[in-house]
Write a protein that binds this ligand. Sequence first.
Ligand code: NAD
Length: 260
Amino acid sequence: MSLKGRVALVTGSTSGIGLGIAEALADQGADIVMNGFGDPAQVEKVRADLAARGVRVAYSPADISKPAEIAQMVELAHKQFGSLDILVNNAGIQYVADIQDFPAEQWDRVIAINLSGAFHAMHFAIPGMKAKGWGRIINIASAHGLVASEQKAAYVAAKHGLVGLTKVAALELANAGVTANAICPGWVLTPLVQKQLADRAAKEGTSIEAMGQEFLREKQPMLQFSTPEQIGALAVFPCSDGAKTITGSAQSIDGGWVAQ
Ligand code: NAD
């Protein structure tokens, strides 16, 4: 339980990768502020399951596209648990279209949630971390933070931006006891990817299973999806003493995607 006494806020932790990260941090003893959308009964079940690991768990319904709600979410961590030590910016969405067909409002929405939301959360969380002399910022970017794919203009731009933002934070906080690192997953089978699989399977008249194999063949040399549990295990490491001098990095967990 290496993180006993630490408070971790994981945005978008009602499902997928964020939930995997919240579970992994809770397993190490961190108290958790969870966030994300979902049916209230389902959200409460997730909260109770996390709390059953023997940690305190609060829920913030903040919409990560709204800076004022992000401020309230950070305040909740301080008010309820007394500090915010680990910030995981994970909430994210996808929209797929060629640039010429990309609706401006979808561009704005992806940038707001996947990039600006992380900026605002860091803006509000960093003063408390600096005052305490200890903090960990983990930004969930993507293989798309390092390389591009067609039809994902907003997502690729946001994730490249998030990797850059992580580096700036690393420099600004280098001697403040606060590290900032990005994690860059390849394909992980979550609701975000399941929707893309279903849409393309319908378009190409094939099954979701066959489409999943096709997604891997196109991008991920190790022909298997990573899991939210594996991303969670990776997110625990930057919080450990062994990772004290790792900052400004972009850690790939992508089955070889960006090695190509
Ligand atoms: P997901 O759809 O399963 O989960 C997304 C989470 O974000 C949910 O909890 C959702 O409620 C929350 N969310 C969405 N919009 C929000 C908003 N406006 N305010 C608050 N919460 C919001 O997706 P996932 O695959 O687990 O994705 C999590 C992160 O991992 C995203 O940033 C995504 O870009 C990144 N990522 C995913 C993959 C993948 O293959 N699944 C690969 C690389 C990176």
